[in-house]
Ligand binder design. Sequence first.
Ligand code: CO
Length: 463
Amino acid sequence: MVILTVKKLLGQSHIEEVKSLDRSLKITETVFRDAHQSLWATRMKTEDMMAVAEAIDEVGFHSLEAWGGATFDSCLRFLKEDPWVRLRKLKAVIRKTPLQMLLRGQNILGYRHYPDDVVREFCRRAVDNGIGIIRVFDALNDIRNMEVALKASKSAGAHVQGTVVYTISPVHNIDAYVKLAKELVQLGSDSICIKDMAGLLKPYLAAELITALKKAVPVPIQLHAHYTSGLASMTYLKAIEAGVDVVDTALSALAMGTSQPATESIIAALQDTQYDTGLDLEKLAPINQHFKEVKKNYQNVAGPMEVDTAVLSYQIPGGMISNLRNQLAGQNAAHRYNEVLLELPHVRAELGYPPLVTPTSQMLGTQAVLNVLTEKRYSVVPKEIRDYVKGLYGRPPASIDPEIKKLIIGDEEPVTHRPADDLEPMLDKARKEIIQYYQQEEDVLTYVLFPEVALEFFKTRAK
Ligand code: CO
């Protein structure tokens, strides 16, 4: 590449000057995590990853997102695989490219808050088993829910990436995102991720946001978007021009729809420009071919790959749409889908505009379904929503509607401290509870996160 040649010709003292010209984009490939979580209900088997693991390692990606998110739960629950064994198998073969994971802050990989001893031990074991980059987010952008995970991951030796969850509401704006990014850097984040799980970030706003972030924080900025609304490739291009350092893409066999923009297209779009990724499309073709071939084995779980512009109106992530449809179908109420879509923005406003991402997307979706089906709003309120209103998930972005609050928790005062401060340590007790199945220290963490599923898995494994 031209820039590299120039670098070689110039003396050491000119290196800094030349670096400012070299704006080559880096890519995180998501095919082993978010792509199949978004399109194949998180069902990709380890053997289908191992078949191309060595080849993927040769491509030169910035990182390979391969663990965390829903994959841990899905491994145990549906695939009857040990997620820790998957990680070790991948790490044994993928030696050059850092393995990356997605962690839900104090929720780890579950759907509620865990005590600090569990969060610390989980981060440490993830790194010990091969994770190099840990992306930490909180559904409410509540920094108190990310602090322990960020610090533990950092002291375990990982590159820690603090996350700003992107959403649209009257209280979410560029200033608020920049403020959060600064706080995340103060807590030790080595880079910042903008997480656009619903594919709502528009191209010109992305340029504004990335420009503001690049000015405000001294660390690399990464953009994670979903293709759901059809905007993501355009958004990436404007973000790249504004100086974003890394973007998340998925190999074309598992791209688009509710997944990420296609890796090959982004590489091709930037060839012979100052943003050239330097990645070789020839190396990707056989890997993508492999996924095209195994795709037929996942047809029974595969979701739609087309663009769904309804998300632009309802601002809900792609995965949530299929969840809502399933929930309604289970109640013989599929015909009430449109009413639920209309109800959801009201619920979200009344509850202080939480971003819709795991676990808030599931919680608010269920409440919207209940509000429609019972025909008396908030007459039935699940425990999770009650806990949310009590402050047990953290601080909502805006205040909760006082009347709705009263309906849900009466005169009880919500907690204002960090929710995990109230939680007793769990590890020692859990270790005793699974003593008859214990094979590795990681089993204790698996059991704490998903007790019933873990026990069932341990029993099968013992046979
Ligand atoms: Co995602």
